[in-house]
Design a protein. Structure first.
Length: 43
C-alpha cells in the first residue's frame, strides 16, 4: 500500500512540475517577448 502512495506522490510532483513549466512558458511568451526570463533558462 505504501508503494502505491509513494508512486502517486511522485506522479503528482511530476504533473505539477510539468504544469508549472507549461504555464511559465505560456505566460513568459505573452508578457515579455524578446527578453529572457529566469523561467526560460535551462536547468
Amino acid at each position: 500500500m505504501d508503494e502505491i502512495l509513494v508512486a502517486v506522490a511522485k506522479g503528482g510532483e511530476l504533473a505539477i512540475d510539468l504544469c508549472l513549466t507549461f504555464y511559465e512558458k505560456v505566460f513568459s511568451d505573452e508578457e515579455d517577448e524578446g527578453e529572457r526570463s529566469v523561467a526560460d533558462e535551462p536547468r
